[in-house]
Design a protein around this ligand. Structure first.
Ligand SMILES: C[S@@+](CC[C@H](N)C(=O)[O-])C[C@H]1O[C@@H](n2cnc3c(N)ncnc32)[C@H](O)[C@@H]1O
Length: 216
């Protein structure tokens, strides 16, 4: 495995850009995501999949793991936001609003993020829904990160669409897993418990609501 693919100056830029993207994903979560992805990618074929790119915060940390291992991260998102990114919701960012479509549109901010961090060589964006992307994403990945829509139907569709693509010994990461319902919505927690109940995955670690499971 190569040395750390960043300098202290690069890390401050990454931290600044993470803040600009407004807190769906924190810098500390990003560093944990980077560490776990890098480890798993180094043990396998250096291939990771992300579901839910939004403005590219988590993607950047996965991109660094790909850079460290000479691999690639495929990042899937239709880039029109989830229901919870819509105008009537708390997490709505009006600077991303596309009037014509009536939804947010995140592709441009996503591309700037990846470009300004010099990660374009390591990240393959797939601008698509999960349902379409999994028609052609067939190879097993070392690391899959699910952070797509948090509604029940969308979250379960992500889980069932990607779960069989985690290689044996590979890692499934899920964001926004809250055991306590007063802290956040249920579906990410429900797909996490589903994975554990399937007996195909065992709990590895978590940082707050970011959970990591290993495939047996
Ligand atoms: C919680 S955000 C992702 C946050 C991101 N990981 C970050 O670091 O900021 C969820 C994303 O999932 C995407 N999404 C929702 N449903 C989707 C679907 N069915 N297919 C593809 N992307 C979807 C939305 O467009 C949104 O950008």
């Amino acid at each position: 495995m190569s040395a750390k693919p960043y300098s202290p100056g690069y890390l401050s830029k990454l931290e600044r850009l993470t803040t600009i993207n407004r807190g769906f994903f924190t810098y500390d979560e990003g560093m944990k995501l980077f560490d776990e992805a890098r480890r798993s990618m180094a043990e396998g074929t250096a291939y990771a999949i992300e579901v839910g790119s939004y403005c590219g915060t988590s993607t950047a940390f996965l991109g660094l793991a790909a850079k460290a291992t000479g691999g690639v991260v495929v990042s899937v998102d239709h880039h029109f936001g989830s229901e919870e990114n819509g105008p009537s919701w708390e997490s709505f960012d009006k600077s991303l609003f596309d009037r014509e479509r009536g939804t947010v549109s995140t592709l441009s901010r996503f591309r700037s993020m990846i470009h300004s961090l010099d990660l374009e060589e390591y990240i393959a964006p797939v601008v698509s829904t999960t349902s379409l992307a999994t028609k052609f994403l067939r190879d097993r990945a070392d690391f899959i990160f699910i952070d797509g829509g948090h509604g029940e139907e969308v979250a379960f569709n992500d889980y069932f669409s990607y779960v069989s693509l985690v290689r044996r010994g590979g890692v499934l990461a899920i964001h926004d897993v809250f055991e306590d319902p007063s802290k956040g919505g249920r579906p990410p927690f429900e797909i996490y418990t589903r994975a554990v109940a399937s007996e195909q995955f065992t709990y590895m670690s978590n940082l707050g609501s970011l959970y990591f499971l290993r495939r047996r």
